[in-house]
Design a protein around this ligand. Structure first.
Ligand SMILES: Cc1ncc(COP(=O)(O)O)c(C=O)c1O
Length: 374
């Protein structure tokens, strides 16, 4: 791993750039707000660790009341289990037999759950678990409108019965509506979750008709969790981005009665070149994702309007004026458009206490599951 001069207790001004920086005060307020919301609604909280990819942060979430965490990849689960996370849900389908042997082995070490949406997936998982004498919880995924993985509600009963008759433990229903998370209007998101909850209820009927008990429905994301919790259909929330936030989520119209989350994740950059009408910072495509739009500049009238692999090019917002352009060496704090793929570009976080101007470095955390795609 590359060397960094960041030292605990040093001022934030010493953080070398480009760096992935957490405003710890803001993150902890987000963490506490979501934990309090889940408690008040009587729903379980299982935050998605695919977002932060950090064992230290997963532990903080569990210490604040989360029942465990979600991941999407087997290798993410292995790394977090090795780091001491004892309750993990792979909220994703795994079909490869070799990977399912790893799932079965991991289920012998920790409390593990996994999603399925096919007979073949169940058969392969059952075979691997028989060989390993282990028993993960198995969730049948239904498609509640995203058009990604998942069967129809009517097919859920047959799959649930197949889970049980294969000697596996049926955990319940996976019902994540990813397509609803960034619908800008709160009413639109509420409507999408109303439809999702109706599909969940249809799936529960199908499962009951197949003679199988359905212990839990899990799903929900940062854009919709208030509606899933209010629907009465869901027992567990899989929220991820609430902890750090990003521009894409900041653009959602907030839902009434929803906790408000603050921006807590930044890419710190600095001005490396100053031209007639623009400045260039030392953070480009390798320091932030652009799939949900370019990063925005934090609390300054500047816009990042172009980028290269290692460069971000900034001008005064909406004008060619050079007035008040930052000086060579000045820090520029960027807010990522999308937190998950931005985090996965970095080896480590610098966690800062006391704000971005006068704070100090309180912790350095590895992005533990960086590169965990298998
Ligand atoms: C299955 C699943 N659950 C939960 C989430 C968390 O969503 P968010 O980060 O938007 O809260 C995601 C995100 O893509 C997901 O794929």
């Amino acid at each position: 791993m590359q060397r960094s001069l960041a030292r605990l207790g040093d001022p934030v001004a010493t953080v070398e750039t480009p760096a992935l920086v957490i405003d710890l005060d803001a993150m902890e307020r987000n963490l506490a707000a979501m934990a309090a919301f889940a408690r008040s609604q009587g729903v379980g909280l299982r935050p998605h660790a695919k977002m932060h990819k950090s064992a230290a942060i997963a532990k903080a979430q569990i210490a604040a009341g989360a029942v465990g965490v979600c991941v999407q990849k087997v290798s993410e689960a292995e790394v977090l289990a090795d780091a001491g996370i004892a309750d993990i849900y792979i909220s994703n389908e795994v079909i490869d037999a070799a990977k399912l042997m790893r799932v079965a082995a991991l289920a012998g070490r920790i409390t593990l759950a996994i999603a399925v949406d096919s007979i073949l997936g169940i058969d392969r998982l059952a075979e691997a678990c028989r060989a390993a004498s282990s028993a993960p919880n198995v969730f049948v995924e239904i498609d509640v409108g995203q058009g990604r993985c998942g069967v129809s509600p009517e097919e859920a009963g047959a799959l649930a019965r197949h889970v049980v008759s294969s000697g596996l433990r049926f955990g319940g229903i996976q019902a994540y509506q990813g397509g609803a998370q960034h619908l800008r209007g709160a009413d639109e998101r509420e409507g999408a979750v109303r439809s999702a909850a109706a599909l969940v209820r249809a799936a529960q009927l199908s499962i009951a008709s197949a003679g199988v008990a359905c212990p839990l429905v899990t799903g929900g994301g940062t854009g919709t969790f208030v509606f899933e919790a209010a629907s009465g259909a869901y027992g567990e929330m899989q929220v991820g981005s609430y902890l750090f936030m990003d521009c894409d989520y900041a653009d959602n119209e907030p839902a009434e009665h929803a906790p408000r989350f603050e921006q807590a994740l930044f890419v710190k950059s600095q001005v490396m070149s100053r031209r007639a009408a623009h400045v260039v910072v030392d953070a480009g495509l390798k320091a932030y994702a652009v799939d949900s739009g370019l990063p925005r500049v934090w609390q300054r009238e500047l816009e990042l309007f172009n980028y290269g692999d290692e460069h971000g090019i900034l001008r005064r917002s909406g004008s060619d004026s050079t007035a008040d352009l930052p000086l060579l060496g000045d820090p520029v704090w960027l807010v990522p458009g999308h937190c998950d793929p931005t985090v996965s570009l970095h080896d480590a976080y610098v966690a800062v206490r006391g704000g971005l101007e006068r704070g100090v470095i309180e912790a350095l955390w590895a992005v533990d599951t960086r590169g965990c795609l298998l």
